[in-house]
Design a protein around this ligand. Structure first.
Ligand code: DGT
Ligand code: CA
Ligand code: CA
Ligand code: ZN
Length: 580
């Protein structure tokens, strides 16, 4: 009976929520909420004693009528009227009211207008723009609602995390599995291998003659706190970080098809299976078979795609967004950008503004990564909270840049730039006389995110029209799982980028990934150019490049569309060629 208190508190909270939906008197609602809070601070034994002796009203905030309700709850487990109220409003509606971005009135408005409170259905309604039509909503609140619904859904399933939070641990675990007894091959699979923005769990696939021995090795990894399941060929564990990891071990002859299957996405697999069937083959977790059930020999994923009449489709593209049709038609990009193509680090901060490494440390680190240049793009003066530089500071910084270039050149160069704030009216944050002296100008929004769509779009387009604007930094402003994009008409931004030659950033900060893969794809369709940037605030964050590259690949970006695949001089002159 240790749970009486918990269920009493839960009932009181449910009552408060139901009364909110009823539009009841605020004092009545508060009485229930306050009682729930009070009881949370009282032990179970003490609660039972107060009920027995009729002294509940000695607790602050519990009056005679609530004392009666609590007594009823403790004695009968029921609360008069609660059940009736609970039945009137479905659980999904109750979950909706609890979202921080939405109150009971708007939850009800949604429920009534759309006839459902199912979060997945609401996500779809947001995506179709049907929510903004409902009185009390607009584009902005539709976006906010969408973000919190997606979070709700994610948490409901597995508690998704940004990929970058998971990847280092996943890679350490992969290295450990590779050392397992008899392991021939091992790889990351699932959403991690596809470089999805967020990850539910980590999947690994390995091949070895004896699966059991490898699985035992796997479950002995020191960070494993719980083994959820372990079978003939599969083990699933929880790490102390809360992360779930699944490992499948197969015979090496099955490795390629197993790796392919567990890389997904599910939608990609389903479409590929349909294609296989048309060729008289069946494709499954167990491999590729002909109609007589004979297994085809498949040694790697290249071979699997070849048997299906396709070129290799990289994991980042396997989302069933047309990649199989494009591959059949020979329309997949043949020069998909890779990390090796990138010659310069774009968008970096140092201790001159809000970075944690000195300019010299940043330069040395970039050079040791094999880069030919690093753009020095500190914040501008309006970004005072981020140590933004005044024009005088910028001039002083040039002296240090010149000295470092003499020291580290000629095969490595620091380029003089700035990350200018885009001010509220779309102006840039430095005088034109200085902007023209810089090698490159990134302009980004860092304040007043909440402007309505028309004004925000005007603000960004105005900045893009500035002849010294080279690159639009983190164009949508979204923070993964935390903040929805600005209210911005992306189609017009993309169109303006095409007209002016302004380059759109693919920001590799794993919390941003902005542009997203989907927007990169739209940019590619319109002939808009990209730069793959790190937005690094320390030498370690030069590693963000890999996320920028992966995000660009998820949007089918070609090397030829990426400006920082050019050597330094060409990079600067191609930016200068903007604004025809
Ligand atoms: P996640 O973990 O939610 O970030 O996303 P995934 O894609 O890693 O999904 P997960 O871990 O459930 O499964 C890994 C892969 O296994 C998935 O991408 C495709 C494959 N798979 C899982 N379940 C199914 C299924 O029911 N049908 C098919 N065709 N493939 C599946
Ligand atoms: Ca997974
Ligand atoms: Ca999984
Ligand atoms: Zn920045």
């Amino acid at each position: 009976m240790a749970d009486v208190k918990t269920s009493v508190i839960r009932a009181l909270k449910e009552m408060a929520l139901s009364l909110k939906l009823e539009g009841a008197n605020a004092f009545r609602i508060q009485a229930y909420e306050q009682a729930a809070r009070q009881l949370a601070g009282v032990s179970e034994d003490r609660l039972l004693e107060l009920v027995r002796t009729g002294r509940l009203t000695t607790l602050v905030g519990i009056g005679p009528s609530l004392a009666e309700h609590v007594t009823e709850l403790v004695n009968t487990g029921q609360l008069t009227g609660l059940e009736e109220l609970t039945e009137r409003y479905p659980d999904e509606l109750r979950a909706l009211v609890r979202l921080p971005s939405i109150g009971p009135r708007r939850a009800l408005a949604l429920w009534e207008a759309l006839g459902t409170a199912d979060p997945a259905a609401l996500v779809e309604a947001c995506q179709q723009g049907r929510v903004r039509e409902i009185p009390g909503f607009g584009r902005n609140s539709e976006q906010t609602l969408l973000a919190s619904l997606q979070q709700l859904l994610g948490e409901g399933l597995t508690d998704r995390r940004p990929l970058a939070e998971v990847l280092p641990e996943a890679e350490r675990l992969l290295a450990y599995v590779q050392q397992g007894p008899g392991v021939v091959r091992a790889s990351l699979a699932g959403s991690v291998r596809r470089f999805a923005e967020t990850v539910g769990d980590v999947d690994l696939v390995a091949s070895a003659p004896r699966a059991r021995a490898v699985l035992d090795h796997f479950t002995r990894w020191p960070d494993v706190v719980k083994v959820r399941g372990s079978g003939e060929s599969l083990a699933s564990v929880i790490l102390d970080s809360g992360l779930q990891v699944d490992l499948r071990v197969v015979r090496d002859a099955d490795f390629a098809t197993a790796l392919h299957h567990f890389t997904g996405s599910k939608a990609h697999n389903v479409r590929l299976r349909t294609l296989a069937r048309r060729k008289g083959l069946t494709l499954s977790e167990w491999g590729l078979h002909d109609l007589k059930g004979r297994k085809k020999r498949v040694t790697d994923e290249d071979g699997l795609y070849a048997l299906l009449g396709l070129p290799f489709i990289p994991p980042e593209l396997r989302e069933d967004t047309g990649e199989i049709q494009a591959a059949l038609a020979g329309d997949l990009p043949d020069d998909l950008v890779t990390e090796k193509d990138v010659l310069g680090i774009v968008h970096s901060h140092s201790t001159w503004s809000d970075g944690r490494s000195s300019l010299r440390e940043m330069a040395l680190a970039a050079r040791s990564l094999g880069m030919q240049y690093l753009t020095v793009t500190e914040h501008s003066q309006t970004a005072g909270y981020a140590g933004g530089l005044t024009p005088a500071d910028v001039r002083r910084q040039w002296r240090e840049i010149d000295a470092l270039n003499r020291e580290l050149g000629p095969h490595f160069r620091l380029l003089k730039g700035i990350e200018s704030d885009i001010l509220e009216d779309g102006r840039l944050d430095l005088p034109d006389a200085m902007l023209t002296q810089l090698d490159l100008v990134i302009a980004s929004i860092h304040a007043r995110h909440g402007m309505d769509g028309a004004r925000m779009t005007h603000r960004v387009l105005t900045a893009m029209d500035h002849p010294r604007m080279d690159i639009l930094g983190h164009p949508t402003g979204r923070l993964i799982l935390r903040r929805p994009p600005y209210d911005l008409e992306m189609k017009r931004v993309l169109e303006r980028a095409r007209q002016t030659g302004v380059v759109l950033e693919v920001n590799g900060n794993p919390n941003r990934l902005d542009l997203s893969g989907a927007h990169v794809r739209e940019a590619m369709d319109r002939g808009v150019r990209l730069c793959l940037s790190c937005d690094s605030h320390s030498t370690a964050e030069l590693g963000h490049l890999r996320f920028a590259v992966a995000t660009a690949r998820r949007g089918w970006a070609r090397r030829s569309a990426v400006v920082n695949t050019l050597p330094a001089a060409d990079f600067v002159s191609t930016l200068r060629g903007n604004h025809p």
